[in-house]
Design a protein. Structure first.
Length: 168
């Protein structure tokens, strides 16, 4: 879990005040700084929940992707696309999951040079148990109700569309 700062003031609001005095008002700076802090809080909390399984949230996401695939196997290049990460990150993630026995590599029958990552039974069992823990903790977002979470998703979706993640 993220260690609470317990500051007597909001450091982002304070930074916003200082920023405004020097460069002018910037709601964008306040928003992006808040998003970055929220990401750090959530990653720390989710990684703590996943630690008993030897997972980080990034490795958990890879296992979920494999769980959702029809054959339980996905090419490493497709994983990079779906997880929106660099190919080197996918290779490192699969290396770790393979050492843990959650994934195995096998040749891609459609591409003689390609490699598939395939989830193992141990990986399937682990992702089910880890998912139950994440759901019980509302993925670290228990402070929000369903309507607020939907609004948050829609707000951030606009950023993702503008960045070219997908066509709206």
């Amino acid at each position: 879990m993220a260690k609470p700062l317990n500051l007597p003031f909001d450091p982002i609001a304070r930074a916003g005040d200082l920023w405004e005095r020097r460069w002018g008002r910037s709601p964008a700076m306040l928003a992006v700084t808040s998003i970055m802090r929220a990401q750090a809080i959530l990653i720390a909390e989710l990684d703590a929940l996943l630690k008993p399984y030897g997972l980080t949230f990034a490795r958990y996401e890879a296992l979920v992707l494999l769980t959702f695939s029809r054959q339980g196997a996905v090419s490493l290049s497709r994983m990079g696309e779906r997880l929106m990460v660099h190919p080197t990150s996918v290779t490192n993630t699969i290396d770790r999951l393979e050492r843990q026995g959650y994934v195995r590599r096998r040749p891609n029958p459609r591409d003689g040079r390609g490699v598939l990552a395939e989830i193992t039974e141990s990986g399937r069992e682990t992702v089910e148990r880890a998912t139950a823990d994440l759901l019980a903790a509302d993925f670290g977002l228990g402070a929000y109700d369903a309507g607020e979470l939907e609004a948050m998703f829609q707000t951030l979706r606009g950023l993702r569309v503008a960045a070219g993640d997908f066509k709206d």
